[in-house]
Design a protein around this ligand. Structure first.
Ligand SMILES: Nc1nc2c(c(=O)[nH]1)N[C@H]1C(S)=C(S)[C@@H](COP(=O)(O)OP(=O)(O)OC[C@H]3O[C@@H](n4cnc5c(N)ncnc54)[C@H](O)[C@@H]3O)O[C@H]1N2
Ligand code: MOO
Length: 386
């Protein structure tokens, strides 16, 4: 299966989770299930944009009082009157202009300065009117969205919740302390995957290290209640690679069974009878990373109700060799001079990817590519190209 078909299928198979109502503080990372509608006008009244004086008509003006932000019922002004005012305070009825502190001259109870009708007044409803849609469905709830929701007066949001992704790391040879040595390989995926899952917009579920047995893998997949289960190091066809046999035994639908890409070709995606997804990540660390960025990120986007972003295209002035039949995923830096491969892109090594910005998606072909789509290595990057 082609790399693009695999990515597309993973996105389609990740069906959006049911919408729920969440308190603002619990909604971060979720996706708006419907348009965000303002219940009222913002601001609700005309407000001063400056610290200074609200005035009525032409000057000089006699200062008749003070209005602070906390003042719920400000006095009225009539022609020739002014009141001192703070930024954000409701302007008194009759105000024609606000003058900044630094622009006025005071003489006892009199104030004078340059006034211009409407100046430094934030009009009621300037940001939005009651009933107005301020954000469409499908926006990821982040800090600014929460701030906006609060300033509209909302306490809760209707959102598609984040999916939960669990990780099963297989490999009897894996160790979690100290260096690799004959017979032992330092686990690189346990430390790598949680941050990638978070940046892709999912919750990190349990991470289990399993022995290389059919029974252990079967029991762990069966007992997980995560929306997506990532299984690393069991994707090929060796004696310790049990993933496909386990999926068969569970009656899973194998949606993606190998992808024509390098590295990462043995990756797989299956849907269990109850709708949960299982993604097989090849054990080689860069292959696991490319598979997560391909199938994992696309499935998570689907589960979150997000579209699959089109990838931006970058010029590669120095060119990069194509593979005759497979899509190459090549660690690159994105510079002002164009896209530059960083090297160290072998499937068992992370050195190139760790210092790169993106994977260049190099289409199969007979020669060299001088441009490629760019798959961000940080799956939390905003998709400018979509
Ligand atoms: N006969 C074939 N052999 C292999 C094929 C193939 O098509 N036919 N594909 C090769 C490719 S490509 C890859 S990638 C690997 C995928 O292997 P598995 O997913 O079954 O993983 P393992 O065999 O367990 O491990 C491969 C390699 O990666 C190391 N590894 C595993 N997990 C980790 C980890 N958490 N951290 C660091 N390194 C890890 C493991 O020690 C092995 O060296 O299969 C090829 N073989
Ligand atoms: O394709 Mo393997 O996934 O090269 O390392």
């Amino acid at each position: 299966m082609s790399w693009d078909s695999a990515r597309l299928l993973a996105h389609v198979v990740g069906r959006p989770r049911a919408a729920v109502s969440r308190a603002l503080e619990d909604a971060v990372g979720c996706v708006l299930a419907g348009p965000l509608v303002s219940p009222g006008a913002v601001p609700p009244v005309d407000r001063s944009a400056m610290d200074g004086y609200a005035v009525c008509g032409g000057g000089p003006w006699r200062v008749v009082g003070h209005v602070g932000v906390e003042c719920a019922a400000p006095l009225d002004l009539s022609a020739g009157q002014a009141c001192s005012i703070t930024t954000g305070a409701a302007v008194p009825a009759g105000t024609t202009s606000v003058l900044r502190d630094e622009d006025v001259a005071l003489d006892g109870e009199w104030v004078c300065g340059p006034s211009e009708v409407g100046r430094h007044i934030r009009r009621a409803g300037e940001e939005c009117q009651a009933g107005e849609v301020v954000l469409p469905a499908g926006v990821v709830v982040d800090g600014p969205v929460l701030g906006l929701a609060a300033s509209l007066g909302l306490n809760r949001l209707i959102v598609i919740p984040q999916p939960v992704v669990a990780v099963l790391i297989t490999g009897d040879e894996l160790v979690h302390q100290g260096p690799s040595a004959p017979g032992r390989v330092r686990d690189a995926l346990g430390p790598m995957l949680p941050n990638l899952i978070t940046r892709a917009g999912a919750g990190v579920g349990p991470i289990h290290h399993l022995p290389d047995t059919h029974a252990a893998l079967l029991a762990a997949i069966k007992s997980s209640d995560a929306d997506v289960v990532l299984v690393s190091g069991s994707s090929a066809s060796g004696p310790a690679d049990h993933l496909r046999a386990v999926l068969r035994e569970m009656g899973a639908e194998l949606v993606v069974d190998g992808v024509a890409c390098r590295p990462g070709h043995p990756q797989a995606l299956a849907r269990l009878a109850d709708g949960r997804l299982v993604i097989g990540l090849p054990g080689n660390p860069l292959a696991a990373l490319t598979a997560f960025l391909t199938l994992g990120v696309a499935a998570i986007a689907g589960l979150r109700g997000l579209t699959l972003p089109d990838l931006p295209v970058g010029a590669i002035p120095g060119g990069v060799a194509c593979h005759p039949h497979s899509t190459r995923l090549v660690p690159v830096r994105v510079t002002a001079q164009g896209v530059v491969p960083v090297g160290h892109g072998g499937s068992a090594m992370l050195r190139g990817a760790a210092g790169a910005d993106a994977l260049a998606v190099v289409e199969p072909g007979p020669a060299e590519a001088v441009a490629a789509r760019l798959l961000p290595l940080d799956p939390g990057t905003r998709p400018w190209a979509s």
